[in-house]
Every structure is written in C-alpha cells, then in structure tokens.
Design a protein around this ligand. Structure first.
Ligand code: EPZ
Length: 424
C-alpha cells in the first residue's frame, strides 16, 4: 500500500486542469450496454473506479481500448453476458449501474447486491421498486439480485427521496421499454443530465432531464455514439478549497462553473475571491484565515455532500465557529476524528459538526477512510505546520486523477511513497 507525505505551509499558485467527471463517466460507460456497437467516450479520467467499470464491461463481453490519454473506445458487439459478479461489485458500488441497461436491452440482469461502504448503508430499494413497476420480477438469491422481465413497460415512478443512481438506472431501463416512463422527484445533478444527453445522442426520447420530472418514451432501436464527458465539479471544488486553505492564487481550467454554483457562492462567503472567465475559474485567498460559514448538504443544485469533507477542512482554520450538517449520508463524518488529530476543534451533534476555527493545524499521521475524507485530510495537510502522513490513499485514487502531481505542479510539497507499515 502507499501513503502521502505532505509538508504543509506552501501557498498554491499556477494553473491546474480538471479531469472528466467520475460520477458522469460511470453511468455513461454503463449506458454503452444498451446497444451493440462501437462507442468513443472522450475526457475519461484515469481513476480506479473507471478501471473497475472497464473490468466489469469486459466481463460482460465488451472490448475496450484507450486510443489516447483521455479517450476510451468500447465495442459492445459481444456483450451477451448479464452477470455482474461479487468480485467486481464489492470493489465499487456504482457497478449496480449496469442493472438498468442490462434489463433495458436483455430483459435480464444478475447483479451482486452492492454492500454498503464507510459512509453509509447505501440501499438500492428505490432502484428495485422502480424496476418492479416497469414489469421486472426481482429475486435475491445467494447475495445476487436476479432481475427478469418478460416485457419492460413504461411506468410512473415517484421517488420519495432524490436518488442519483436510482434516477440513472431507471432512465437507462426506460429508453427501450414499451410506452412512456415518468420519473418524478428525479435527481437533477449535472451527471444525470450528462447521461441523458448521451442517451439522446444514441437516439433515446427523453425530456426534462435536469428538472424534477423526466419523461422517457421508449424507442425500438438505439445506435452507438461518440460522447465527451463533462468536467468533474467535485475535483473543481476541491482545488478551490486547496487555493483557499493555502492562501494561494490559482487558475482552474477545463471546468464548468455552472455545475457548482452553490459551492462557489459558499467559498466566496468564506472570503475566497473567485472570478469566472471563459470556462475557467480564477481563485485567490488574500485573507490569512477564511471566514466561518455554515453549510447544509442537500441534493443538486444545493451544496453537494461530496464537498462536505473538503469544506470542513477549510472551516477548521476559519476565524469563527461554523456548523456543517450532512443530510444525505448517515455516516459521512469519518474525517472528523482524523482532522482532530491535526489539531482541529470539532464536535459532532447528530448530523451536525460544530467547527471552532483554530489559528493553525499541526501535521500528524492520519488514515483515509473514504474518498472525500481522504481529500479533506490532504487539504488539511497542505495547511498544517510540519509533516502529515496519510495512509490508505487507495481511497483517494478512486476519485482523483494523479492528485499529488496536480498539487505538486501548483507548488505543494506532497509525495506518494510505499507504506512500509501496511501490506502491499
Ligand atoms: C451518487 O451516489 C454518487 N456516486 C455519490 O458520490 C454522491 O455522494 C451521491 O450520488 C449523492 O449525490 C456516483 O454517482 C457514482 P443516491 P448514489 O442514490 O447514487 C438514499 C463520491 O464521493 N437511497 O443519490 O449511491 C441513500 O442511502 C460518491 O463521488 C435510498 O434510500 O447516491 C442516500 O442517503 C459518494 N434508496 C441518498 O438516498 C435507494 O434506492 C442519496 O443516495 C437509493 C438511495
């Protein structure tokens, strides 16, 4: 295993380019299962989760090839398998996103039931209920969901709570179903919209993506396509915080400010200067310490749960007390204990963390627990005096492409080394 060693106290300055969105590319790769053909997906980030999805697609019979640093060609001509095995699904819950397209095209899917993860139980009951409404029979056997549908018909599906994956799975199941499907209380995240845009390029009939109600009329035939994935809004937000926490000045290129309005507003409130100019973001932090401000995570377009841990790192050194409430996942505060090892003053009460800003943090040995918690610890390390060692950084590689190289290019002192204390 590997760890990061960070020497804190260096201002970030210069330019960084944002990679393609992890949470857009995963459903988009799954969607290629809806039609046998040759696809070209551009702006694909080189992330562990993308490699896992590629492994799953190849297990299902697809052939894949990187034609350049960011372009992946996928041939689904022989995608005749509908089994998503435990060995793959246990590595990445988002594997469950193959269920919708497999059922959509083959009327069959056998998918290992995804376990929870560090941040929560992560149920998929809403995915299952929606598929049943469309005519699927679903059995749980030996840890696998066995989904069958003699006929897949359109249905009216009203989600009691917003679910990104649930919206995406049912969107993909509906595009070849007979008749009309209406998804009410649909997720509106940019990644859902990106998937819908790709499906429409394939010939799907979809209206309302990005609003609370999405209407899909089933079509008889789809076609393969070329598609370019949107930039990663969470990586963008993470680098904005990196600029703020190190009193830096950076230009963030290849991003889409439209996708993270709530994050930009909140970071401006904390005192970071953020200026948009032709698809890039210029950020500078002239204040010694950020201003304390409260955040409550909610579905898009509100402040995203995936930025909660990173924002908390910034508030740890703010001038004042802030409250951070996590409304989406029941256990997404695992970074708190590690931040406290670095001198942060945080108390948790229910779903809310009360953060009393301190003048400075001090480097320590800490452990990553999940993807965004790891990012939070890197950000705190950049600000801390002395050295910080972060173990189990495989978590961060799931969602950030070469984060240490990008940070080093901005002037950070961060190295990836083998962790002699943990088995390889
Ligand atoms: C997606 O997860 C993202 N992952 C997550 O990003 C993100 O945090 C989450 O959406 C919320 O925005 C990908 O897109 C691959 P949900 P997903 O279904 O689809 C409950 C990251 O760090 N729920 O919107 O699994 C669920 O428990 C990751 O990049 C049900 O109760 O999230 C949660 O409380 C982490 N039943 C809430 O809804 C269901 O059937 C939101 O979950 C489905 C969800």
């Amino acid at each position: 295993m590997e760890k990061f060693i960070i020497e804190g106290g260096f201002r970030l300055h210069g330019e960084v380019s944002i990679s393609g969105s992890k949470n857009a590319v995963l459903p988009i790769l799954s969607a290629t299962l809806l039609h046998k053909g040759k696809y070209k997906i551009k702006n694909v980030p080189k992330l562990q989760d993308v490699y896992t999805m590629i492994e799953l697609l190849e297990f299902l019979g697809c052939k894949t090839k990187w034609t350049d640093q960011k372009t992946l060609e996928i041939d689904t001509e022989n995608a005749d398998n509908y089994l998503a095995p435990y060995e793959v699904v246990k590595k990445m819950r988002a594997s469950v996103l193959v269920m919708g397209p497999l059922v959509g095209r083959m009327r069959r899917a056998v998918v290992s039931y995804p376990g929870g993860c560090a941040i929560g139980v992560r149920p998929i009951d809403l995915h299952i209920e929606g598929l049943k409404k469309m005519g699927c029979e679903i059995e749980m056997r030996g840890g696998y969901l066995d989904v069958k549908a003699r006929k897949l018909k359109g249905a009216r599906i009203s989600f009691p709570t917003k679910t990104v994956g649930g919206t995406e799975n049912l969107l993909m199941a509906a595009v070849l179903a007979q008749g009309e499907t209406v998804i009410e209380n649909a997720a509106k995240e940019p990644e859902v919209v990106d998937l819908a845009k790709m499906l429409k390029k394939m010939g799907a009939d979809i209206q309302g993506e990005g609003t609370d109600v999405i209407t899909i009329r089933g079509v008889a035939e789809l076609s393969a396509c070329e598609y370019e994935v949107i930039p990663d809004r969470i990586e963008t937000g993470t680098f904005l915080v990196a600029c703020g926490i190190t009193n830096g000045e950076i230009l963030i290129k290849n991003c889409n400010p439209e996708h993270l309005r709530a994050v930009i507003e909140k970071l401006r409130e904390s005192g970071i200067e953020i200026v948009e100019k032709d698809g890039a973001l210029y950020a500078a932090m002239k204040r010694k310490r950020p201003l304390a401000c409260d955040v409550s995570t909610m579905p898009y377009p509100s402040f995203p749960t995936d930025m909660q841990a990173q924002f908390m790192a910034l508030m740890c050194v703010a001038n004042g007390v802030s409250t951070i409430t996590e409304n989406i996942f029941e256990n997404r505060m695992l970074h708190v204990a590690e931040l406290k090892r670095m001198g942060a003053d945080i108390t948790i009460s229910g779903r809310t963390a009360i953060v009393r800003g301190v003048k400075s943090l001090s480097g320590a040995k800490v452990m990553a627990s999940d993807l965004r918690a790891s990012a939070s610890l890197v950000l705190a390390g950049l600000r801390s005096s002395g050295m910080t060692e972060i173990s189990r950084i495989y978590h961060i590689d799931r969602g950030y492409e070469r984060i240490e190289e990008k940070l080093r290019a901005l002037g950070a002192r961060i190295e990836r080394v083998r962790d002699e204390n943990l088995p390889t």
